[in-house]
Design a protein around this ligand. Sequence first.
Ligand code: ADP
Ligand code: MG
Length: 742
Amino acid sequence: MTPTEDSSARLASPGRTLTQLASLDVGLLEKVSDKKRTALNSWDVDSVLDLLWRYPRRYIDRTRQSDLKDLAVGDEAVILATVTAASQRRTRNKKAMVELDVDDGTGSMRVVFFNQAWRIHQLKVGSEALFFGKLDSYRGNAQMTNPIVDLLVGMEGKVQGTAKTGRIIPVYPQSSKVGLTSWEIGTFVAEALARAGEFADPLDQDQRQRIDVVDRTTAMRGIHAPETLEETVPARRRLAFDELLRLQLALVLRKRALEADARGIRHAVESGEANGEPSVIQSLVRSFLEQLPFEPTNAQRRVLNEIFVDLASPLPMHRLLQGDVGSGKTVVALAAMLAAVQGGYQAAMMAPTEVLAVQHFFALRDHLEGLSVPDEARLGGRRDVTFKLLTASTPASERRFITEGLANGEIDLVVGTHALLTDTVVFSSLGVAVVDEQHRFGVEQRAALREKGQRADGTRHDPDLLVMTATPIPRTAAMVVFGDLEMSILDELPVGRTPITTRWARTDLEEIEAWQRVREEVASGRQAYVVCPLVEGSDRVVATSATEELERLRTGELKGLRLGLLHGQLKTPEKESVMSEFREGRIDVLVATTVVEVGVDVANASVMVIQDAGRFGIAQLHQLRGRVGRGDTQSFCYLLGGSITEDATTRLEAIEASTDGFVLAEVDLEVRGEGTILGSRQQGKSDLALASLVRDRDLLEAAAEMAREMTADDPQLRHHPALAEELRATLDEDDAAFLFKG
Ligand code: ADP
Ligand code: MG
């Protein structure tokens, strides 16, 4: 494409909006040749805005850069040098080796890469690059081995010299695959900035002052073309705030749009007083709570109340219940489900695994005994609450019976796996849907369960939705990932739980102690879990390795004890029989894969040994450990495995030091970074490029507050047209259409 007069004119006008920048093809820039435009496109840079949103990965402060002549062996340094010779060969043990001679004008050194054969194509003679690394000496010559490289000027760049004018050089993430150097990107960005002139700012002076951020023009210049490194700090802050504000606005608008579209149910709840606090509890729920063998914790009462207020409201509930392992989420979910049943609706609970679904089914069976609902068709006017289990291994005849019962309303409650989502499952009228261990389901599956509000008679309503997770996520991450959900937190464990002592057994001696402890606990009537090492591969491979582990222990460390085996390849009846033998105490030690991670609830188990613990993530270790400490005796968890990576060390030390899921979640966020937590949310143009959930907590809170304020009486953002326009330009089309319809 060639620049048209019209678009050149737009390039020259002041107060550039993001929408305008998004509509300008990056090929309009003079410095961008057709070939480079293709390269940019394959790097997902189509518009000038896309380009400006590729922020520098870091900066080189040229005043800090070293000269080769001043360096001594052992120094860590950044050297800007030109390649003067390049060659490749194979070492004696067949490794690819690329050797360069580089010169920075003050001296020269050798640069060697092993197993990076592609460097020969990247670093041709004449190219200029930054080499980060430690200077060593090989046969008397200065050398860097496998340094980090930032290519500034490739052979094709032909823009020599200018790189040395600024004191601060931005280093762009460059994709050698598409053939763009940091230097080239820098020149494109510089042209775009020069031609854009001023940027329109959707925040006015007052708003900027309130949150202490600079204006957008200053920010854009400060991030791409800073004169000092200090300038990059407020620039980053402002641009990160913009990202968070757009994200929060999108989430709030989404929530408002869903509400506007909703056909919720006003569940029948009574209100009254309980413990001096206002409470809204129904009679079926009341009987349920009264016949529990324990008192609900204060946290459970509080959360129940939050849920009941939602249930009574005409808007469908979208609530996330976070609660640490063992905090008693199941009871809360059951109460919510019974609230639906009391009013003549049905309720469903979906769990990620069969073991967990079965476990929940047992909880239903234990807790619902003797509960009845009004039924005029029956003698006496009441009938028992009916509930069923539906999983992939439910036999066909039973399944038919269940789907019939759900369609005609004879079944009140159903627990199951994703089998619940199949098309043949239609409810007479689903009032409450619960998703357990929500992180194991995608957003679509959550939505699919909600779709089951489509009634057998063709009419539709939106069931109230409760999603639960025992993998607490830090508040900041929750605000981003689940910003469209209300949040309830069970921050209190039932009384009488004794803390779990966790030991990381690093040495053989400590490992011997761990097994000793298992035998002692079993001798005093307790039970134990052994979690098998994480192995990669098919379910079958996992099962085989678990079986081998069992055999090893049977003849080794745990000789003489009654061992049982649980893994995903067992057929349901086998799984059930192993679980019930363990529950009934006929098995001393359950050797299991991570299928025990969620839901298994045997209070008599007091010790867990996790093999090769360094390979598990924090959340998973925390979940696993939560299987013990459920009774009233001191429990133990041993993490086995010695020499491991630095990250793994951090993880195991964190698990050893804390049993608080929220504390561990913060550590996890810091170790893994937000990418893994945000997961599928990180897509398209609403990505967080600069904002960090670890560092930018205050900005996120401020953005959320501002988004709430702006949309409070203005769900279409009519009073903030500039922001509305930005959202439209940066969201994907479907989202934008959904948020701004009407
Ligand atoms: P999680 O939050 O991990 O899903 P569960 O709902 O499985 O926890 O509860 C763990 C165990 O604690 C269950 O055996 C449950 O019956 C029991 N429990 C739940 N609430 C209480 C309470 N308030 N007091 C005592 N025990 C409770
Ligand atoms: Mg649970």
